[in-house]
Structure formats: C-alpha cells, structure tokens
Design a protein around this ligand. Structure first.
Ligand code: AMP
Length: 210
C-alpha cells in the first residue's frame, strides 16, 4: 500500500504510522526523522535545515524533495510505503506525483488526522522522548516511569513558540494540499482526538484494513 499521512504537528502521525507498518510491512518514510538525523550527523543538508527546524518553519522544498525522491527509488519501497510529514507544500505534492508517475505507481490513500489547535499545543509542549529507547511520553497524558523520567528530553521545536509557528505553517502551507488529494478521490479523514488505540482503529477502518 502507498500511503500519505497528513496532519498538524502532534496529530499522532508517527504513532499511527508505527501501527500501520506493523500491519502492512512497508517502510516508514518520515521527513522529520530524516532531517533530524541529518542535523545529528552534521551533514550539509543538516546544517542547512537546522535553523528552519528550530524556529518551527519549513525546510525549503529544494532540500526536502530530493531526499524523498531518492528514498522512494530504493528497493524496499517497491511494494509500498508510508509517507509521514511529506508532502507539506503544494510543490512537494506535485513533485511526489511526478516521481510516482515516472515509477509507474500510484497512491492508494491520503489519511488526514484531524485534531483541533488547542489540543495540539497541549500535546506538543508536554511531549518528551527517551533518548535510549526512543519511546515517546507525555508529562501529563503518559508520564515516563520513575527510572526513565530523569533522562527524557524535549525536541527543540516542541516549545510553545515553535509549536504555534508550526501550526501556522500547517494551516497556511500544508492544509491546502488536502483539496488536491480530495479531487483525486484519495482522501480519508480520521478524527485524531481520543485514545491512540481508538484512532488506530478508525485509521484501519478508513483504509478498509479493520
Ligand atoms: P516533523 O517531525 O514531521 O514534525 O518535522 C519536524 C520539522 O522538520 C518540521 O517542523 C520542519 O521544519 C521539518 N520538515 C519535516 N518534513 C518537512 C517537509 N516535508 N517540508 C519541509 N520541512 C519539513
């Protein structure tokens, strides 16, 4: 299956992508993860992307599009993939369409996880990650166990200021790609409020996997 997950930051795209991978056995392509890795490794891409990311802005299309196009050409994507966090702009959606057409393949669905802004700010600012196991916790909704609490870290773009900037980018630049996919009959809207397990159930149902 070839899927795209769209939604505001903190909508639960990563969480739902993990569930879909268990079921579909296709690679999870998260541009956020790829860019964070490039920053960590100190590559040229990472150095160029870091400032945009810290400020809650979008990394420019000329940097992001090639990494996805190259990744999609790798053998493990031949049977499908889950794109998480890409496309985020209309030019990215168009570049993806072109790459898929050249490869003679088509998307199966675009899942939009919908969550109101007020809830997003609460989710994002409380988000913490265990650097050892990479497990994601939340200070209020899913606090880390006592032996892990001291080592959890906050993403540098999970502050309230950066979160509000990311939401603004989402509404201004990413949400306009939704009608592009709706017009192609690919859109599946999922209510992203509630228990993550219920949201997984809704996502599977929307994709005919339940
Ligand atoms: P994410 O983990 O998906 O929330 O992405 C973290 C940050 O990486 C975003 O706030 C952007 O700065 C950058 N980023 C990730 N994906 C993209 C994309 N498709 N286009 C532009 N910037 C991106």
């Amino acid at each position: 299956m070839r899927l795209i997950l769209v939604g505001p930051p903190g909508a639960g795209k990563g969480t739902q992508a993990a569930k879909l991978i268990e079921r579909l056995h296709v690679p999870h392509l998260s541009t956020g993860d790829m860019l964070r890795e490039a920053v960590k490794q100190g590559t040229e891409l990472g150095r160029k992307a870091e400032g945009f990311m810290k400020a809650g802005g979008l990394v420019t299309d000329d940097l992001v599009i090639p990494i996805v196009v190259e990744r999609l050409q790798q053998a493990d994507c031949a049977q499908g993939f889950i794109l998480d966090g890409f496309p985020r702009t209309r030019p990215q959606a168009e570049a993806l369409a072109q790459a898929l057409t050249s490869a003679n393949v088509a998307l199966d669905a675009v899942v939009v996880i919908e969550v109101p802004d007020e809830l997003i700010v609460e989710r994002i600012t409380g988000r913490r990650q265990d650097p050892v196991t990479h497990t994601i916790y939340h200070t209020k909704f899913n606090p880390p166990p006592a032996d892990v609490a001291a080592r959890v870290v906050q993403r540098s773009d999970d502050t309230e200021e950066a979160c509000r900037a990311r939401l603004k980018k989402y509404h201004g630049e990413t949400a306009p790609i939704i009608p592009f996919y709706d017009a192609q009959g690919l859109l599946r809207r999922v209510d992203g409020v509630g228990d993550p397990q219920d949201i997984t159930q809704r996502t599977f149902q929307a994709l005919g996997l339940a």
